[in-house]
Design a protein. Structure first.
Lengths: 234, 234
């Protein structure tokens, strides 16, 4: 499935360019964190790679055919989308879509429910959970199919410390189990904790793609320096 | 006022004495409307879901037509069905005129747009929430349709009740295509019409009360068995 090659990708809406042109090469291992100010194109980049947005220009090529690659990916949205079903049924859903048997889906879902600590809420309607619980369910639902590529769009943006830690621990474990993770975040601390490499976007353009240490120790651009210093970037 | 009380008393008496004719007419009313409802559901739900999940040319036009057809005048529908199934009509050879089958067809034509429009409206809202998730999970179109229908089932029950209400209370179309024939096509509404024209207001009122009781009973039973307002929000 890897490397993932993104060539001259652009997203335009009417005459306005939201993203690009972006050229990027992603390898299988580790956690790639996408950083950038609001409106820099982080979400658009993730959605484009995942296939939720039609490209205005350019190509996204996986090492395997794109239709097969689509089956090996999962996406966690910034605002968790819960099916109007119980927690258990939400977790079983992607497995049932992939034609796994009901008993197998049930068993796997129960394992994940234990991992995220929601044993007491197995049968509760998922949209009635707290924000942190919903995001944990969303992450578990994304990982239950053992994807080779996991996209996360600011998954902990509105969560408190404990909920954030629960999700980060799951992500670290998933990365160790050979799931490539690409996530956007505003949280520099989270980037420091999780990232192997950092993709920095500014005004829809890729400013840099380098290792975490390289990015933190010698920021590759003026905007990146300002971002790291916590300045307001206009 | 006196006539209303007389009607109530007569309705009460007709029900507790298990009047054979009343029971036959009531069962025929239920048979015609429930069958028409079933036919409508089979057409309307998948059609509404398909319109929701598919982008095609003239989509807006189709939705507008569907909404406009909600106000289809029953008498006109009755007239059209009459012409089609009359001896000289294109389907006259089937010999369906003045049978319950013709009444079912007329009612199905009347309530299908109503059910499809209400179903479309409720599934449209759900699709706005689910779209990105279902695409991300790589679901097929039939799976998306199935998921939307299942997760909006409570709203769809309401659509069914609206259709049932319109069907069971309908008189114009079934009078034309059924002919209000005693022991064959007479239903509650056509019987009420007949008794009113005869001047037997008490009996007409009694039948009216039975009709209302029937409609309410079906509605309560649907809510009861559908577990609406129980087990969570939906």
């Amino acid at each position: 499935m890897f490397p993932l090659k993104i060539s001259s990708v652009e997203i335009n809406i009417k005459e306005k360019r939201l993203l690009g042109p972006i050229n990027l090469l992603l390898q299988q291992k580790g956690i790639s964190v996408v950083l950038g100010a609001n409106g820099s194109g982080k979400t658009t980049l993730l959605e484009s790679i995942h296939g939720l947005r039609n490209l205005s220009k350019g190509e996204i090529n996986w090492a395997i055919p794109n239709n097969l690659a689509a089956k090996e990916q999962s996406f966690v949205f910034q605002t968790p989308i819960m099916l109007r079903r119980s927690v258990l049924e939400n977790l079983m859903y992607p497995l049932r879509v992939r034609q796994f048997s009901k008993p197998y889906a049930n068993k796997e879902a129960m394992l994940w429910i234990k991992k995220i600590g929601l044993e007491k809420k197995v049968n509760q309607q998922a949209p009635l959970l707290s924000g942190g619980e919903m995001q944990a369910v969303a992450v578990a639902r994304a990982l239950i199919t053992k994807p080779k590529m996991l996209f996360l769009d600011e998954p902990t943006a509105s969560l408190d410390g404990l909920a954030k830690k629960t999700i980060e621990d799951i992500l670290i474990l998933a990365a160790k189990n050979d799931t490539k993770i690409i996530m956007s975040t505003h949280d520099l601390g989270q980037a420091k904790r999780l990232a192997d490499d950092i993709i920095y976007l500014h005004k829809g353009l890729l400013e840099s793609h380098c290792s975490k240490n390289e990015f933190l120790n010698s920021p590759p651009s003026e905007a990146a320096k300002q971002f790291l210093a916590g300045d307001i970037i206009i | 006022m006196n006539e209303i009380l007389q009607g109530l008393a007569q309705a009460f008496w007709l029900i507790i004495s298990l009047d054979t004719e009343l029971i036959t007419i009531s069962l025929r009313s239920l048979y015609v409307t429930l069958t028409a409802l079933l036919v409508s559901i089979i057409i309307a739900f998948p059609l509404a879901a398909l319109i929701v999940v598919t982008r095609f040319r003239f989509r807006r036009l189709v939705i507008t037509i569907l909404n406009a057809l909600m106000g289809l005048p029953p008498v006109v529908v009755g007239l059209l069905v009459y012409i089609i199934f009359s001896r000289s009509g294109p389907l006259g050879v089937l010999g369906l005129l003045y049978t319950t089958s013709a009444m079912i067809i007329a009612q199905a034509i009347i309530i299908t747009p109503l059910i499809a429009s209400v179903a479309h409206q409720s599934m449209q809202g759900l699709w706005a929430d689910y779209r990105d998730l279902l695409i991300s999970i790589n679901t097929s179109k039939p799976r998306r349709i199935g998921t939307l229908m299942w997760d909006s089932r409570r709203a769809l029950i309401t659509a069914c009740l609206a259709g049932f209400g319109r069907g069971i209370g309908e008189v114009g179309a079934i009078m034309i295509v059924g002919g209000n024939i005693d022991n064959a096509t007479r239903v509650l509404t056509t019987a009420i019409s007949l008794e009113t024209s005869r001047g037997d207001f008490a009996l007409a009122l009694a039948l009216g009360f039975v009709l209302i009781s029937l409609a309410l009973s079906v509605s309560f039973a649907t809510h009861w068995f559908g577990k609406t307002e129980r087990g969570g929000l939906w």
